[in-house]
Design a binder for this molecule. Structure first.
Ligand SMILES: [Zn+2]
Length: 198
């Protein structure tokens, strides 16, 4: 097949997506080829539209069409609290619960020395600028429960605590509605570490 034809070109473009190799890219391309033209064009248009309109909030790095984002602009939110997450998807998940009314800061990554990702590669500076302003009383760290999340939690704690701001982290442990006997050891250890007084 001629490498410059549109079908092969699409395969090459799709391979730029994370986790998409030659086989998956081919499968997607075949699927799009067989799809009704309007449906396939709607996908293409959604990508173009998103690239034209969506950006990262210059305050919290949330994905938004208006800068600052709707959360940073909301006057009813508790501005004394900043909840720190790795990715916007975590922000949406917490937002959907309706159980948190403070502000957020999205790091757009986590510190991972093994992958060559250091503090300078994530949004530490923007967070520190916000924290150093008057009015912030608590920074809640909600990083993913893995090595990179742990490294980021340790790093941010060392940075923020000396300023005299309360640094907390969300509890990790036994999922609600499950049985303790089915929990893995690490989860049990984490839930013991995260115990609190009654
Ligand atoms: Zn924002």
């Amino acid at each position: 097949m001629n490498n410059s034809n549109s079908f092969n070109r699409l395969i090459e473009e799709l391979k730029k997506l994370p986790g998409v190799g030659q086989k998956t890219a081919q499968r997607f391309a075949f699927f799009l080829l067989k799809m009704p033209a309007d449906d396939a064009k709607a996908i293409a248009r959604a990508v173009i539209d998103m690239k034209d309109k969506s950006k990262f909030c210059t305050v919290c790095n949330n994905i938004t069409e208006e800068d600052p984002c709707w959360i940073c602009r909301d006057a009813n939110r508790d501005r004394s609290k900043i909840l720190v997450v790795e990715e916007p998807s975590a922000l949406y998940t917490i937002e959907r619960t309706g159980g948190y009314k403070g502000l957020y800061h999205v790091m757009l990554g986590a510190i991972s020395p093994l992958d060559g990702i250091g503090p300078e590669d994530i949004k530490v500076e923007g967070l520190m600028k916000r924290v150093e302003k008057n009015g912030v009383e608590e920074v809640i760290l909600a990083m993913d429960p893995d090595m990179a999340g742990e490294a980021t939690t340790m790093y941010l704690t060392r940075l923020i605590k000396p300023i005299g701001i309360n640094v907390t982290r969300i509890a990790y442990g036994i999922p609600v509605g499950s049985d303790i006997e089915y929990a893995d050891e690490l989860t049990l250890v984490k839930s013991l570490e995260g115990r609190r007084g009654l």
